[in-house]
Design a protein around this ligand. Structure first.
Ligand code: IDP
Ligand code: MG
Length: 160
């Protein structure tokens, strides 16, 4: 029994979740937000935003060498996206589970991509892949004054 490991699994983290242009165009904004709200995570930032090319390239810089990179940048900058910060215990990994596999045809039913999408190039939503990237991406997409600290009334009914 390693209590420090248990404690680390219970770390409050932040993650950057983005509804991509296809999700906005297809009217899935409420559906996606609802899944994170109902799970019990806390919204810390929310905006509709048309992403410029340089920001998209910075966000996806680790994929720069991939053949699909130019198409990915065109996709992400093709229309408004919904930028969100979500906070909670283990939110980074949990959000990735709620979102599902990168290829929607391989994503489990019950996940956002598994329920709502068919192709990797139109997979509706982004979620940070580590707590470090969660912090990095929130700092990248939000300006000062766009993030909020608040205590949900349901807090004592979600965590002990
Ligand atoms: P993730 O979004 O599940 O973390 P990543 O591998 O980080 O997946 O890729 C980022 C995004 O790039 C994907 O969500 C998808 O939109 C796009 N992408 C990844 N692989 C492909 C591909 O093979 N073809 C087209 N687009 C891709
Ligand atoms: Mg990724």
């Amino acid at each position: 029994f390693l209590p420090h490991l248990v404690a680390s699994m219970e770390q409050v983290e932040e993650t950057y979740i983005m509804i991509k242009p296809d999700g906005v165009q297809r009217g899935l904004v409420g559906e996606v937000i609802s899944r994170f709200e109902k799970k019990g995570f806390k919204l810390t930032g929310l905006k509709l935003f048309h992403c410029p090319k340089d920001l998209a390239e910075e966000h996806y810089k680790d994929l720069k060498s991939k053949s699909f990179f130019p198409k990915l940048i065109d996709y992400i900058t093709s229309g408004p996206v919904v930028c969100m910060g979500w906070e909670g215990i283990g939110v980074v990994a949990s959000a990735r589970k709620l979102i599902g596999a990168t290829n929607p045809l391989q994503a489990e039913p019950g996940t956002i991509r598994g329920d709502l999408a068919v192709q990797t190039g139109r997979n509706v939503v982004h979620g940070s892949d580590s707590p470090e990237n969660g912090k990095r991406e929130i700092a990248l997409w939000f300006k000062e004054g766009e993030l909020f600290e608040w205590t949900p009334v349901q807090a004592p009914w979600l965590t002990e």
